[in-house]
Write a protein that binds this ligand. Sequence first.
Ligand code: ADP
Ligand code: MG
Length: 297
Amino acid sequence: MIYCEGLVKIYKTDDLEVVALQGLNLTVEKGELMAIIGNSGSGKSTLLNTLGGLDRPSAGQVKVGPWDLLKMTEEERVSYKRDTVGFIWQNNARNLLPYLTALENVEMPMMLSGKLDRAYAMQLLEWVGLKHRIHNKLHQLSGGEQQRVAIAISLSNRPELLLADEPTGSVDTATSDMIMNIFRKLNKEIGVTIVIVTHDMTLASQVDRVVAIRDGLTSTEFVKHNPEIGSHGEGFVSLSAHTSQNEHVAYVVVDKVGRLQVPREYLKSMDIKDKVLMEFDGEKITIRAPHKVQTEE
Ligand code: ADP
Ligand code: MG
């Protein structure tokens, strides 16, 4: 469903260039429910906005289904946004209309694209648990209920890919659990591929796979532990320090040319700055801090 390789996004302001994505790699299979985790400023929203066709990538490869996001024309971008992706934000003020009912809000994008389907709009509201609220105006609903209307709206164009940027960022834990349950149900029942961006590590246990991004690069990957497959997938290195956190196994991502990112804490505690000694004994690779400079005798 998604293929990014060496994805670069540079924001240019008057006298400044911010490299928000520095050559990011990411593959998401059709039908996956996965999360992207990272600290504030790590490039999560940039990645999602790029995947959603809201931001233009600067370089590298980004493909979503048959679409090449770097090469698409403006016209193609408009129909891509309308037909292929659904978007959910932390703050949904930007796509909810407070004086319309929940049902009217879900029907609005359908009307705009000339495909009004009331039965489907009602079905969507039922899926998000708001069957009894369809005729309430948006401003009469709680924040969590409004977020569920936003999920229904995001699906109104029957997208193949749902992108959610911090969807549980401003709701309490109970509502957050409910929203995650809705995502799981939608993923299972209509097969929509879902990518959730969050800085909340506790959401990790509720999805199949988590990819961590750091400084605009994918760094670590957590995969639900499956004893039958074993813990060593192709292209990954287990990061054992994290394995006991939950039922996920953590891997350091190795890119196509063999680069991997060593966690900053490790480098710091080893006092490693710009180079290391690497040894391979036929079984394992050891990374050590360089020897102190030796003076010639
Ligand atoms: P996150 O969502 O993980 O918090 P963002 O993707 O929003 O991170 O931001 C990544 C980096 O890009 C940050 O340094 C941010 O300041 C910068 N950035 C994001 N959007 C813009 C923009 N429109 N113009 C300039 N810089 C931006
Ligand atoms: Mg963000």
